[in-house]
Design a protein around this ligand. Structure first.
Ligand code: PLP
Length: 498
């Protein structure tokens, strides 16, 4: 299998796509085809471990990796030292037709761990395969969760470094503490005086800047990406769509072959795109429901066919979805354009120059056969956290609650009775103050710090506070650099010199 660029160029191997992150023409790498998992093969996966599902699914995409390399990488990434559930992504049930796929049992309590525990292994293998001797310098823009997950994944991995840019003041207290207390000799954390889109645009600019590449090269460094634009981030996420499915079949909730829906809280469109890839590989998915917060640019896109980013940026209590430019949508556009890279290029050019583009009625109608989209603002999200707790005794984080709320809208509007899985992307403890406030009201949390709020949640849910949250109280702050949006290049070069 080879990889093309969404903008028409490139024909590279899987290891090159993973090592380089972004194609030279600014496009994203996409697989030349979707390997098929037949119903028979799906049946043989049923009842086997997460690791087995992962190795089986990865190996068809990563053709220039050996099966042993993939199996070893999977074992290392999903070892029980780092995960507090042996199934990695357990499925909880809220009644017969609604199930919650918990993707937050890894080291940083958000679903990003699933990909970022594996990516460093794939990147170091990819560097070897391409005889790359330079240090692989990972540059990351984060809306809150990717940063810590990348830092944990790459911390002290030989031959790599990891530099994270986050919107200063734009992430939750727990997210910020998690990042700035990171240990390791090769980790760097920099606050940007701007929002996530500024940080992401800044990092993308660096990747596209030949002069920056030369300066890095002179320092013996190869810039690479751990954002979800990297195919190595995307492919591990396909796996849990399959494990969720076989898990429900195993428990007798689903018949093999029966269709299901997934509702996914969406920001950069990586998670839900992995679901779309799973569907293209043959997983019986009927609808992928795209849930946004008040930054509802994707809702508008799926309803009108027009993507427009010139709008107010809202800070919400689901900060990992506070995004107006969803990078991975480009991969879906590539499929919607019947793999016409020139068409995608022209849309992306319009987006860069005018802040919007339209794909036309016919294409959006076609996409609507699979995708449905809506959003929930902070009030609806808080109410949903309360409703789910009252009805099911289950405490959701705000991102997951956005998805749950949008699922409610979907069912009200369509009456679709299909069994649906909610992708639960973060532990409620990661956003303890907002979750506690949603459940108990403003007065009950007035003046409480995140840990006191976590203690309230522990009492309500009966789920113990994860050690990662307890640990934050004792760890020293090791990173305190803040830079302006236009000073990101200097900040990286400076950090990497140290
Ligand atoms: C990153 C993130 C999302 C959004 O995922 P995308 O792949 O960017 O769409 C949702 N919820 C949480 C908790 C996240 O960390």
């Amino acid at each position: 299998m080879s990889f093309f660029s969404t903008r028409g160029g490139a024909c590279v191997t899987a290891s090159q796509a993973i090592l380089w992150g972004l194609a030279r023409d600014g496009g994203l790498y996409v697989p030349s085809m979707f390997p098929q998992i037949s119903p028979e093969r799906l049946s043989t996966l049923r009842g086997t471990s997460y690791h087995n599902h992962a190795a089986r699914i990865l190996r068809d995409f990563l053709e220039d990796f050996s099966i042993t390399e993939i199996e070893d990488a999977v074992q290392a990434a999903y070892s029980l030292d780092s995960w507090d559930d042996p199934t990695i992504a357990p499925v909880k049930s809220l009644g017969d037709t609604t199930h919650v796929l918990e993707l937050f049992h890894g080291p940083t309590l958000a679903f990003k761990d699933i990909a970022l525990k594996l990516l460093p292994h794939l990147i170091t293998l990819a560097a070897e395969k391409n005889n790359e001797k330079r240090e692989v310098s990972i540059l990351v823009a984060t809306s809150g969760d990717t940063g810590k997950a990348a830092l944990e994944g790459f911390k002290d991995v030989p031959g790599t470094s990891c530099t994270v840019f986050y919107p200063h003041g734009g992430v939750s207290r727990v997210q910020e503490l998690q990042m700035v207390t990171t240990g390791g000799e090769n980790t760097h954390v920099i606050g940007v005086e701007g929002n996530f889109d500024n940080a992401q645009t800044g990092v993308k600019k660096l990747f596209g800047d030949a002069a920056f590449h030369e300066k890095m090269d002179a320092q013996g460094k190869l810039p690479s990406s751990a954002n979800s634009i990297n195919f190595g981030r995307l492919v591990p996420q396909i796996v849990y769509y399959f494990t969720a499915y076989t898990n429900l079949v195993n428990r007798g909730v689903l018949r093999m072959g029966q269709h299901i829906n997934f509702v996914v809280p969406t920001g950069n469109f990586g998670d839900i795109l992995a679901g779309y890839y799973a569907m293209r590989m043959g997983l019986p998915i009927r609808k992928l429901i795209c849930a946004s917060n008040k930054n509802n640019v994707l809702t508008d896109f799926f309803r009108t066919g027009t993507y427009h980013t010139h709008r107010t940026f809202h800070k919400t209590m689901s900060p990992s979805m506070d995004i107006l430019v969803s990078s991975n949508l480009e991969r879906l556009l590539y499929e919607a354009a019947d793999r016409d890279g020139a068409q995608v290029s022209s849309w992306m050019k319009q987006l860069a120059e005018e802040g919007s583009f339209s794909v036309g009625a016919q294409r959006i109608e076609k996409l609507s056969e699979v995708f449905w989209a809506d959003y929930a603002d902070d009030n609806m999200t808080a109410e949903e956290i309360r409703r789910v707790y009252e009805q099911h005794g289950y405490v959701m984080d705000p991102h997951t609650a956005v998805a749950s709320c949008v699922l409610k809208h979907y069912r009200e509007e369509t009456g679709d009775p299909t069994i649906t899985v909610i992708a639960a992307t973060a532990s409620p403890y990661k956003f303890a103050p907002d979750v506690a406030r949603s459940l108990l009201g403003d007065e009950a949390v007035e003046g409480l710090d995140f840990f006191a709020c976590a203690e309230k949640l522990e009492k309500l849910s009966g789920v113990a506070i994860p050690h990662q949250v307890r640990d934050l109280l004792a760890l020293p702050v090791r990173h305190d650099t803040v830079c302006a949006v236009d000073a990101m290049e200097a900040a990286v070069l400076d950090a990497l010199k140290k």
